[in-house]
Design a protein around this ligand. Structure first.
Ligand SMILES: *Cc1c(COP(=O)(O)O)cnc(C)c1O
Length: 390
């Protein structure tokens, strides 16, 4: 065991106005799901990502669940979703008793294989097969999915797009048809998460964004028990208690103020890792397409065990013995027991990425010294001297 201080994978940075705003929330006695910080957070968030409307929720998962309801996803419907993502991308499809269809990842950005989705939609159109109700595009690890062409095909065939942008707040498109647009603002509904490990946090929370005013109004309605206005307890559909509290929103406002700094720091950390790790044999540094402006949320590399000398699981154990937290990528969702019988298209790329992926410490407040320690382990495991790559 190491006697060095622990380096966590990805923890929040809370040195802005968090405690001041939360104290204001306490002082105002608006601690629950109504209050000025909720409105302020929604407005400022919409402005930050460039969306007309934003509706705060209790989690990213809740946001995705509401998104399914907004698009009337229900029993008998199919939703195409990548197999290489966190489980919360797919569970809301199952909550509504719809069928997830798992799509492989593509090797360039590790996101949903959009050309495969286009082929599937065109194949169904030609054969007269019912189209999926929606495609859920997940922007994983901070890198935008290459979705421009898919948007047109979905439009032409009446397939709605939901974006799970939980991991990629702040990422956008640099060039091409989506130039200047933030992830989450392209489909009919976009969802974000403010869980503790995400680039900004409210402790727990999420956001739904949309340009469609009626969808935004319905989102707010569904998250507040679908209660009709007035003092009588009248509800016109099944709703949820999914609102974000004013205290959590106070924290959100403070975190959002720091997003430009957070993004800068994430990109700087990634840049330093890229330069050092790009030199090591058998290491693939994270994708960064020339048309994309990634947020660099969770710094993840691929390890070719044969060329590097150790596989991802071996490295995790090595890091653990040095008090450094690392993580593998997710097991593909088509491998999870409750989704084992779900239809899928491919999955081999996702399985390779899951076997080879390793996420390294990349908290916004990671120090150069902590990063040195991570790099030293990588260099030692690669059988090279630390001095070599410096
Ligand atoms: C974190 C995450 C979610 C869920 O967000 P919570 O706020 O934890 O409910 C959904 N999708 C992806 C891809 C995520 O990483």
């Amino acid at each position: 065991m190491s006697d060095q201080p622990f380096v966590p994978l990805c923890v929040p940075s809370l040195s802005g106005n968090e405690s001041r705003y939360i104290q204001q929330g306490l002082d105002s006695t608006f601690v629950s799901s109504v209050g000025p910080f909720v409105d302020q957070f929604e407005q400022q968030f919409a402005q930050f990502v460039g969306s007309r409307h934003a509706v705060a929720c209790s989690s990213g998962t809740a946001a995705l669940h509401v998104a399914m309801r907004l698009l009337d996803v229900g029993p008998g419907d199919e939703v195409l979703v990548p197999t290489l993502t966190f489980i919360a991308s797919a569970n809301p499809i199952a909550y509504e008793r719809a069928t997830p269809v798992f799509i492989d990842a593509e090797p360039r950005t590790w996101n949903l294989d959009c050309p495969a989705v286009i082929d599937e939609i065109l194949r169904r159109a030609a054969a007269g097969i019912k189209q999926p109700k929606a495609v859920e595009i997940v922007h994983i690890l901070g890198h935008p999915a290459d979705m421009a062409e898919l948007v047109d095909v979905c439009d032409a065939h009446g397939v709605a797009i939901i974006e799970d942008a939980a991991e990629s707040l702040g990422a956008s498109y640099r060039s091409g048809p989506l130039a200047g647009r933030h992830v989450g603002t392209i489909g009919r509904v976009g969802c974000f998460s403010f869980n503790g490990n995400k680039i900004m946090t409210t402790g727990g929370g999420g956001m739904i964004v949309t340009d469609d005013e009626s969808l935004a109004r319905r989102a707010k309605h569904l998250t507040t028990q679908a209660k009709l206005p007035g003092i009588e307890y009248r509800h016109d559909e099944i709703g949820y208690n999914y609102r974000l509290t004013n205290l959590a929103a106070a924290m959100g406002v403070a975190q959002l103020e720091q997003m430009p700094t957070f993004l800068q720091r994430k990109r700087k950390i990634a840049d330093r890792y890229d330069r050092a790790l790009g030199q090591l044999p058998g290491i693939t540094i994270p994708p960064s397409a020339d048309w994309a402006e990634p947020s660099c949320w969770l710094y993840t590399i691929l390890i070719d065990a044969e060329r590097f000398g150790t596989d991802a699981r071996g490295l995790i154990a090595q890091f653990e013995s040095e008090a450094i937290q690392t993580r593998p990528l997710w097991q593909p969702l088509h491998r999870q027991p409750m989704f084992r019988d779900a239809p899928r298209l491919g999955g081999e790329v996702a399985e390779r990425l899951a076997a080879e992926g390793l996420s390294l410490p990349c908290s916004v407040d990671l120090t150069p010294e902590q990063q040195d320690r991570v790099l030293a382990v990588m260099e030692r495991c690669a059988g090279r001297l630390a001095a070599d790559a410096a």
